[in-house]
Design a protein around this ligand. Structure first.
Ligand code: C2O
Ligand code: CU
Ligand code: CU
Length: 587
């Protein structure tokens, strides 16, 4: 279907419904409101996905509102979809079966995966088809998610329920004293329209394509009017904004402070105390909330504070909303603490930028279709909009020349935010590893971006899903690193340990390093446990660029697939140098 027909179809659907709403339905709505305005519904949690199992997409019915069927489009009949919980370093596998009547893909948002595992719309699985998604989990521990990424159908699929958590656990987090188990709670925030209870009717009209399809009724893990029983202790909440377009300004109803500990790509380098923060579609922020000062019998509500932002019609951005009521009911202790320090993050330096790219976000009125654009462009499936060399630090300068809010998202490797309107003092929710960043009206946000793990075709787009489906999305391709085949490159005047190439590799790869003066060089390979696997260099070397081949099948034994590290130590007259880099073997 052409983009134009697609949108017309939505517009027609939207035109009919508001005028023909049967009176019985209105009466039913009223009953719902009465029944849910009492004590509400206990917060629900989706089932945990068994690694290696099937993810079947189909239309099904679930009880979002007690006793009533909501038609959803969901994985394994679950809304939200089953939660993936997987340890860093292991291999994730899901057998995707498309039992729905439209093309679909699964995109693993924020997860660094090979091109053919990324769920790009060009790789759609047709109705009746299936596909095995499998990749090593190389991301840091953190809260990621998955959702539909079908061409011009993403917004509708996600709205109807096709999204779920992808949580990466990390042994590095174990010693930090963070709350775990029942005190580590994922919260997916979405909005739906109360006028359509109990259905997730998706009928965008022109203003919805303009602003995004906003609702007035928050669902937390698919629970309307949700409450959650808590003890007087410290909790870790993993907040995911799984809404199509709504931005939340997260706070507690009594304005009590709490700590932000993680951004999209896992833990920050310190816990930062705040009273509120912004969470835009696609973003994840983790917080620690301490309930110890409350008394049993009290409650406090997680809410979205009112804020001013552009938007029109009934479902404007910035509406005040109650998200989740915490009922203080117990005395159990989580044993968790707010860590005084979190693992360090090495920040990119703007002075190392090799290339600057500018993305101007505009609104193209008049035409009707393809209102939201990047550099004047609308998404074309088969057009590569630019190429980025692997391992090269880039600055992406996003200039929002419109009066709309755009949460901009890049696939593949996580990035870092450099500044907002030139200000490098970032709010805590922006500082750390990120894959989605809210760009406010008429603001310029500068990102530092580097792709080290995979080459291939990926997407950069607005995560307001109506904007995305309207074509506010570009393709880019990560290509061979600069100079990879230039053996006679000039001798650099500093020590360098370069990223192995190719990476991931199978069965062999090349590791290059530069030494500015002659030095005694040791280059070793280690497995994930830190065991010494191979010594590639152990001798005095002349100054210059050297390379050495590493093979996973050398010496007769075959190394298992997974993550490996290589470490260079060079001792020369100008001092000692040592650096570790990560590489990945794929079989
Ligand atoms: Cu979460 Cu390309 O998107
Ligand atoms: Cu993504
Ligand atoms: Cu947008």
């Amino acid at each position: 279907m052409k983009r134009r027909e697609m949108i017309l179809r939505s517009l027609q659907a939207g035109a009919v419904i508001p005028f023909l709403k049967p009176i019985e339905l209105l009466a039913k709505d009223f009953e719902n409101l009465l029944s849910s305005s009492g004590t509400g519904n206990q917060l629900r949690f989706p089932p945990v996905f068994t690694n290696g199992g099937t993810m079947a997409l189909a239309a099904s019915n679930v009880n979002v509102w007690p006793g009533q069927d909501t038609q959803v489009v969901a994985i394994n009949g679950s809304y939200p979809g089953p939660s993936v919980v997987i340890q860093k370093g292991s291999v994730f596998t899901a057998n995707f079966v498309n039992n729905y009547n439209e093309p679909a893909t699964i995109h693993w948002h924020g997860v660094d995966v090979p091109e053919l595992m990324d769920g790009h719309p060009k790789d759609s699985i047709m109705p009746g088809g299936n596909y095995t998604y499998t990749f090593p989990v190389i991301n840091r521990g953190g809260t990621y998610f998955y959702h539909s990424h079908a061409d011009m159908l993403t917004a509708e699929h996600v709205f109807k329920g096709f999204a779920g958590f992808f949580i990466v656990t990390d042994p590095d987090e174990a010693g930090l004293g963070l709350p775990t188990g029942n005190f580590d709670v994922p919260l997916c925030i979405q909005d739906r329209r109360s006028a359509n209870i109990p259905q997730f009717l998706y009928n965008p009209v022109m203003s919805d394509i303009m602003n995004g399809f906003l609702g007035d009724l928050p669902l937390i893990n698919g629970t309307p009017d949700a409450f959650f029983d808590v003890s007087k202790t410290l909790y870790r909440f993993r907040l995911l904004n799984g809404s199509n377009a709504r931005i939340y300004k997260i706070a507690l109803s009594d304005n009590r402070p709490f700590h932000i500990i993680a951004t999209d790509g896992g833990l920050k380098d310190s816990a930062v105390q705040v009273n509120s923060f912004f969470l835009s579609p696609g973003e994840r922020t983790e917080i620690l909330v301490d309930f110890s000062a409350y008394n049993i019998g009290q409650n406090v509500t997680l809410k979205s504070l009112p804020f001013t932002a552009p938007g029109g019609g009934t479902y404007v951005q910035g509406t005040e909303l109650n998200l989740l009521r915490f009922d203080i009911t117990g005395n159990q202790s989580s044993g968790g603490i707010v860590p005084a320090a979190l693992p360090p993050i090495s920040y990119y330096s703007i002075s190392d930028v090799k290339t600057t790219r500018t993305f101007t976000l505009t609104m193209n009125m008049g035409g009707g279709m393809n209102i939201h654009r990047i550099n004047g462009l609308t998404f074309e499936m088969n057009r590569i909009d630019w190429e980025t060399p692997q391992n090269s630090l880039e600055e992406w300068k996003i200039i929002n020349a419109s009066n709309m809010l755009h949460p901009m998202h890049s696939h593949s490797h996580q990035f870092q935010v450099h500044s907002r309107n030139g200000n490098i003092n970032l709010p805590p929710e922006d500082k750390g590893w990120k894959d989605t960043i809210l760009v406010n009206p008429f603001e310029t946000v500068r990102l530092l971006v580097k792709f080290t793990n995979y080459k291939g075709e990926y997407l950069f787009h607005c995560h307001n899903l109506e904007h995305e489906d309207d074509g506010m999305m570009l393709n880019f391709k990560v290509v061979d690193p600069v100079g990879i085949n230039e053996e006679n490159e000039n001798i650099a005047d500093d020590y360098q340990l370069r990223q192995n190439y190719p990476n991931p590799f199978n069965p062999s790869t090349k590791i290059s390093y530069n030494i500015p003066v002659s030095a005694y060089v040791i280059l070793k390979v280690y497995n994930e446990l830190g065991n010494d696997i191979a010594t590639l260099v152990n001798e005095k070397k002349n100054s210059g660029l050297h390379s050495v081949e590493f093979s996973a099948t050398a010496g007769g034994k075959v190394l298992p697939s997974g993550i490996y590290y290589y470490k260079l130590t060079a001792s020369g007259s100008s001092g000692n140098f040592s650096e570790v880099k990560k590489m990945m073997l794929i079989k």
